[in-house]
Design a binder for this molecule. Structure first.
Ligand code: NAG
Ligand code: NAG
Ligand code: NAG
Ligand code: NAG
Ligand code: NAG
Ligand code: NAG
Ligand code: NAG
Ligand code: NAG
Ligand code: NAG
Ligand code: NAG
Length: 762
């Protein structure tokens, strides 16, 4: 277990049981390593077959490990399609030896990562009517999903009306006894578990089939077909569909329970790039890891995304669910980092006390209680004393902590004591009728439970407790959910991770935000609705939250843009999404994180198809940025798989000079600064056009743009300008100063957020 970080499925971390799977080691002194042997520059390379690759990897291992058999036992996986390399069990002396072997670019230890809509597409301005007009453009677009697999029988993957599989597709469908076939919607499906170091756990499908729900949900959000009148027990009823309902999905199952190994993530990238996907979606992150923040060259997702970017494929990533400033993950400049926001719908269930006082709790409660009133008891007054539980233990209503004779048939009031020991489990096993859960964080997100339940604040909970004290026979009722569409939105979700990036703080991350709170989409039939293993309710659609749910919205938007502009680079697509994003009202945002929460704003897929200008970049742009940040050739090799030397004449301000669609200055020095941002835009709008710069200067800053008018005479013409930011004030305290630069022509508006961040430690 030593040295393994865990990459998560990006559901909010509190309400799921986090099952840490330990990467078993074969021998005490061996660990799983990825050995990188360079890039394969042509994807069409013919003379490099799998057999040839495996043979060369085995012979290299053989030279290290006396026998061919030992080499075969050590080798876990050969990468050969999009980059050359292998994964193997190795001791530290083998690693040292290999690192100095000809042809080996780098060696790094494998870690584990974890997994962290009906209305949501309307909310971002992409109505069903528009999508159905555009279906035919989408049929050549392939979205690759690295996740927990898929439930293929879900209506969201119905292929009715879809034409033949695009001829560019080179992937495969790995069929097994429990995964019989793909179709014209799910055109590829594979599973990867070599990085687990063992067979998948009991209860998992050793196939692309999803037992978790996460992968089915994300895939259907990105590219699910149109399903009329989908709902969760009537909640959130409407037409459920993905961002590109006419596109195809390719499933790469890399997560088991909720742990995903670097070895498998890289194997899936290797395949997906080669298979011909157009966009890759990864709702997985190395959050909460011992190694956080991970350097780009130690992060399998950043490495995979770099290879995909070089082949013209954008990787869309979830920003993680840790909520606080500086916790953003998946922050590589070549990928799209997606935060989660609320939509205008909220799910509430009313709690009524016997004395007519009532509270509205944020929850998904699909239960209708049979009787109008149930006796009410406080969990702390109902301890399972014979089982050794104290009143303090039972106040959280954890599993087995309650005395059945005191709670059976009653509604139980519970503190949420331990996030891994949820109250509904204890109430459920003890025969309770319902649960009132006191919990203050994440009050913008609705969770579901196995019993009728609602979630109220601890302040409201104290009123319930005093009501219990005030009467001999306290009673209560919990109503079934109602959904209201009246909320001010979008607002960044409290759980959504905020910038700045721990590795490149002056590159604004997250890039963008998308709906990720209370999202309805398809679900695995064997995955418990409330994600509690005791919950036996099987559902076709489920409502869940997370940056995991936001990411596939951005993936769908990117695929939508790609369907109109198949030749655009990953950077151009990302730029189109960012510069056309809808801005958020920072005053609604209880987090106060402004652009550190939402980046350029909320995706607007329709506008992104016609952005006017784009900020383009290629692999060299990112390499130059890294070089200027002091990355040496060893670390660049880890990332790129190539022998790269940095140019000798690089500027020190490489991050500011990266042609990025946002602008950020990070300053904790108590002295004035002058920062310059050279930028180049490419005209993808009308050939003849004249754009004018409009500046909203951050408070206390002088911002100038030179030149402030750009006149284009042809399509794809590039023009450069320079932004200069000079501080007039020096805050002596923490400050987030927001502004923007917008280039306008006719009805085109190309907006880059500007953020000046002072983190003054007194
Ligand atoms: C839609 O679904 C709801 C509940 O699932 C059902 O009551 C209703 O009749 C359905 N409406 C249509 C038009 O199918
Ligand atoms: C009380 O605790 C004991 C010991 O953990 C357990 O066996 C028993 O099932 C518990 N009772 C209930 C009702 O959960
Ligand atoms: C959530 O809690 C915060 C502070 O605890 C409060 O300001 C806010 O109004 C609450 N939001 C909702 C939707 O209850
Ligand atoms: C309810 O009564 C218990 C014991 O009588 C006491 O410990 C508790 O503080 C009371 N709670 C409230 C909110 O009055
Ligand atoms: C119900 O009881 C609570 C706790 O004693 C009290 O705060 C509340 O005002 C009561 N409601 C009514 C309508 O009397
Ligand atoms: C290159 O950078 C890495 C990571 O910062 C460091 O560990 C290593 O010592 C450096 N190598 C050289 C040759 O400077
Ligand atoms: C560095 O040198 C190259 C080649 O000589 C040149 O093209 C480039 O403009 C120079 N870059 C800078 C920042 O001076
Ligand atoms: C700025 O603050 C960060 C985080 O507190 C710290 O690591 C860094 O050294 C500081 N930089 C300067 C220039 O003071
Ligand atoms: C900022 O702009 C104002 C007004 O144009 C000018 O007076 C001032 O000198 C400028 N300050 C700096 C630091 O450039
Ligand atoms: C601007 O308007 C023209 C028609 O007047 C339309 O074709 C074009 O898509 C619009 N552009 C944007 C960015 O909305």
């Amino acid at each position: 277990m030593a040295g393994t970080a865990i990459t998560h499925l990006l559901f909010p971390f509190i309400f799921i049981l986090i099952l840490l799977s330990t990467a078993a080691s074969r021998h005490l002194n061996e660990k799983l390593y990825v050995v990188y042997m360079g890039d394969i520059t042509s994807p069409d390379i013919q003379d490099y077959s799998q057999t040839a690759a495996t043979e060369s990897h085995l012979s290299l291992l053989h030279s290290l490990l006396e026998s061919h058999e030992a080499a075969e036992q050590s080798l876990v996986h050969s990468y050969w399609k999009s980059f050359n390399g292998f994964a193997a069990w190795l001791s530290s002396s083998h690693v040292e030896h290999l690192s100095n072997t000809d042809g080996v670019v780098s060696v790094f230890e494998s870690k584990n990562a974890q997994l962290l809509t009906s209305r949501s597409w309307d909310f971002v301005g992409l109505p069903l009517s528009q999508q159905t007009n555009d279906l035919e453009y989408q049929s050549d677009v392939i979205v690759g999903m690295l996740d927990t697999g898929v439930w293929p029988e879900s209506e969201s993957f119905n292929d009715a009306g879809l034409g033949p599989i695009p001829s560019k597709w080179r992937g495969a469908c790995q069929t097994t006894s429990d995964f019989k076939a793909c179709n014209k919607k799910i055109i590829g499906a594979k599973f990867y578990y070599k990085g687990l170091g063992s067979q998948p756990a009991a209860g998992e499908f050793t196939s692309p089939r999803d037992s978790n729900g996460h992968g089915t949900h994300t895939s259907s959000t990105a590219a699910g077909s149109i399903v009329r009148n989908g709902s969760l027990f009537g909640l959130a009823q409407g037409d459920v569909r993905g961002g590109v309902p006419g596109a195809r999905v390719a499933i790469y199952k890399v997560c088991w329970l909720d742990s995903c190994s670097d070895v498998d993530i890289l194997a899936a990238f290797d395949d997906a790039i080669h298979d011909g996907v157009d966009v890759i979606s990864v709702s997985i992150g190395h959050s909460g890891s011992l190694f956080f923040p991970l350097e780009y060259f130690k992060d399998s997702i950043a490495i995979g995304a770099f290879h995909s970017m070089k082949r013209g494929i954008l990787t869309s990533n979830a920003a993680c669910n840790d909520g606080f400033e500086g916790s953003v993950c998946n922050y590589s400049p070549w990928s799209l980092t997606v935060a989660a926001n609320t939509i205008d719908r909220q799910f509430k269930a009313q709690l009524t006390l016997g004395n007519q006082t009532s509270f509205e709790g944020r929850v998904i409660n699909t239960f209708t209680m049979e009787q109008p009133w149930y006796p009410l008891v406080y969990g702390g007054d109902a301890a399972n004393i014979s089982g050794g539980f104290s009143s303090e233990d039972s106040s959280g209503c954890g599993l087995y902590s309650l005395d059945r004779s005191k709670v059976e048939g009653k509604i139980v009031l519970c503190y949420l004591a331990n996030p891994t020991d949820l109250p509904d489990g204890g109430v459920y096993v003890s025969g309770g009728a319902g649960a009132i859960i006191m919990y203050d964080p994440m009050n913008d997100t609705a969770f579901s439970f196995m019993v009728p339940a609602t979630v109220i604040s601890s302040e409201q909970g104290e009123i319930v407790r005093s009501y219990i004290n005030s009467t001999r026979s306290p009673i209560a009722n919990i109503a079934k959910n109602v959904a209201g569409n009246d909320l001010p939105a979008p607002i960044i979700a409290s759980f959504s991770s905020k910038g700045p990036s721990g590795i490149t703080p002056d590159l604004l991350k997250p890039d963008i935000t998308a709906p990720g709170v209370d999202i309805l989409a398809a679900w695995s039939k064997v995955a418990p609705m409330s994600q509690d293993p005791l919950d036996k309710r099987a559902v076709d659609f489920n409502i869940v939250s997370g940056t995991s749910m936001a990411c596939p919205h951005a993936t769908g938007a990117a695929a939508y843009v790609k369907s109109f502009h198949p030749d655009w680079s990953p950077a151009a697509i990302k730029s189109a999404l960012m510069t056309t994003a809808s801005t958020l009202d920072a005053t609604l945002d209880g987090n106060g994180a402004a652009e550190l929460g939402y980046g350029a704003g909320q995706i607007n897929p329709l506008k992104a198809t016609n952005p006017g200008l784009v900020y383009d970049a290629d692999a060299n742009s990112y390499i130059n940025m890294l070089c200027s940040q002091g990355y040496n050739e060893t670390s660049l090799r880890l990332l790129t798989g190539e022998f790269i030397s940095c140019p000798s004449n690089l500027s020190k301000n490489g991050v500011w000079e990266l042609n990025y669609p946002s602008i950020m200055v990070i300053s904790n020095a108590s002295e004035p600064f002058l920062a310059q941002f050279p930028r180049t835009v490419t005209n993808v709008g009308p050939a003849k056009s004249t754009y004018e710069a409009k500046i909203e200067a951050p408070f206390g800053m002088n911002v100038t743009v030179e030149p402030d008018t750009l006149t284009f005479t042809s399509s794809n013409q590039k023009m450069s300008y320079n932004v200069k930011i000079e501080s007039r004030i020096v805050p002596d305290d923490y400050a987030l100063l927001s502004g923007a630069l917008t280039w306008s022509y006719d009805n085109y508006s190309v907006r880059s957020p500007i953020l000046v961040y002072y983190n003054v430690k007194q």
